[in-house]
Design a protein around this ligand. Structure first.
Ligand SMILES: NC(=O)c1ccc[n+]([C@@H]2O[C@H](COP(=O)([O-])OP(=O)(O)OC[C@H]3O[C@@H](n4cnc5c(N)ncnc54)[C@H](O)[C@@H]3O)[C@@H](O)[C@H]2O)c1
Ligand SMILES: O=c1ccn([C@@H]2O[C@H](COP(=O)(O)OP(=O)(O)O[C@H]3O[C@H](CO)[C@@H](O)[C@H](O)[C@H]3O)[C@@H](O)[C@H]2O)c(=O)[nH]1
Length: 330
């Protein structure tokens, strides 16, 4: 039995690939168009098929050739403010292409799907930490594009007798503790990436988008989950599905929020660099606070996080950013 990882050359997908290899899965196939991913992020034993997830002939051929029973679907466009300026591009990438992929995968015999969903499906939740059974109410096209794919998957699974786990990631951060992968996207917009780059002098400063939110210090609250912990959740989901477990929708977070200003303080403290910070207006599409209700995934999958420590996450992110610089990569 083999696993197909779409978007496996990207930030989170490459950590899933490492987790599969570390756990002894000997056949891992990645489907990636390398639009934001990197072939060098993959270990040599992994098969990379370069192409688009919506290429149904390629998907079917890949699944049949490698005897794939399980699909982990990471490939997507992921930047919330970009989804506000380019909604149709996001619906195409995250909804329309996912539909094509799911259809081809089921047709070619895939039995299990793990889907990269997002906390953005909750929008601006009335309660935090937010439980999975709160009605989703996304406030940006990115969250809507992902919610539609959750719904497609749910309906298709029921109709075609497959099982799935939709994992709603909160804010993913950090790097492989062994230094094999990390967030490598050039011009990345994620807070921790920008902050580590500012600390290392790769950016002149960091802008705080909004200090007038209804939060304790006025900046947005997010729940930062370490990327290898997240990959481990996927492995647990895979075992659950292959063991005959039912379809699930689960939050992936630690259940604790940090404000943008708190994150900046931790990066300054760990790096020892007091980089310049400017206060700017709110960014389009940002909810003020989003924190995971984190109990269900532990109960359903027995997932126990190993890296729930913001200083440790920042230390990993800084080490990866330095390594990228040494390799002249970014
Ligand atoms: N980074 C986060 O904080 C976060 C939070 C919630 C959910 N997610 C979800 O996790 C998933 C992975 O995100 P990431 O941060 O690793 O992003 P990423 O951009 O690093 O990875 C995406 C990968 O998918 C590939 N890809 C994109 N479109 C493709 C297509 N049409 N066909 C084939 N390959 C394609 C890219 O080349 C890249 O390797 C996404 O689905 C994203 O929505 C991320
Ligand atoms: O230079 C920066 C970058 C970010 N922020 C703020 O930091 C917070 C976090 O932003 P960012 O790191 O860009 O992540 P989100 O917009 O919260 O989105 C991430 O987290 C979501 C889940 O919560 C995922 O769905 C998305 O894919 C992923 O990009 C937000 O308040 C931003 O306004 C800044 O103030 N300055």
């Amino acid at each position: 039995m083999a696993v197909l990882v779409t978007g496996g050359a990207g930030y989170i997908g490459s950590h899933m690939v490492l987790a599969l290899i570390d756990a002894g899965h000997d056949e891992v196939v990645v489907l990636d168009d390398l639009s934001t991913g990197f072939d060098w992020a993959l270990p040599p034993e992994v098969t990379l098929v370069r192409g688009d997830v919506a290429d149904q002939a390629l998907v079917a051929e890949t699944i049949r050739r490698h005897g794939i029973d399980a699909l982990a679907h990471f490939a997507a466009k992921i930047v919330v403010p970009d989804s506000v300026s380019d909604p149709l591009g996001y619906y195409l990438a995250n909804t329309v292409k996912s539909r094509a992929l799911i259809e081809a995968a089921i047709g070619a015999g895939v039995r299990h799907v793990i889907f990269s969903s997002t906390a953005a499906v909750y929008g601006e939740p009335a309660v935090v930490p937010v439980p999975e059974d709160l009605s989703p109410n996304p406030i940006n096209p990115y969250g809507r594009s992902k919610l539609m794919t959750e719904w497609m998957l749910e309906d298709a699974a029921r109709a075609h007798g497959i099982s799935y786990v939709a994992l709603r990631y909160f804010n993913v951060a950090g790097a492989d503790p062994r230094g094999r992968s990390g967030q490598s996207t050039p011009n990345a917009t994620h807070l921790l990436k920008v902050a580590t780059q500012a600390a290392l002098g790769k950016r002149s400063h960091l802008e705080v988008f909004g200090t007038d939110y209804p939060t304790p210090d006025g900046s947005c609250l997010r729940d930062y989950i370490q990327v290898s912990d997240l990959a481990a959740a996927h492995l647990a989901a895979l075992n659950h599905l292959r063991g005959g477990g039912e379809s699930l929708t689960l939050n992936c977070g630690y259940g604790r929020g940090y404000s943008v200003l708190e994150v900046i303080d931790v990066v300054k403290s760990v790096s020892g660099v007091d980089f310049p910070v400017t206060l700017s207006p709110r960014r389009a599409g940002d909810p003020s606070r989003i924190i995971a209700g984190a109990d269900r995934i532990r109960a359903e999958l027995g997932w126990v996080p190993q890296h729930d420590d913001l200083r440790g996450i920042v230390t990993q992110a800084l080490a990866w950013e330095e390594a990228l610089g040494r390799r002249n990569r970014i």
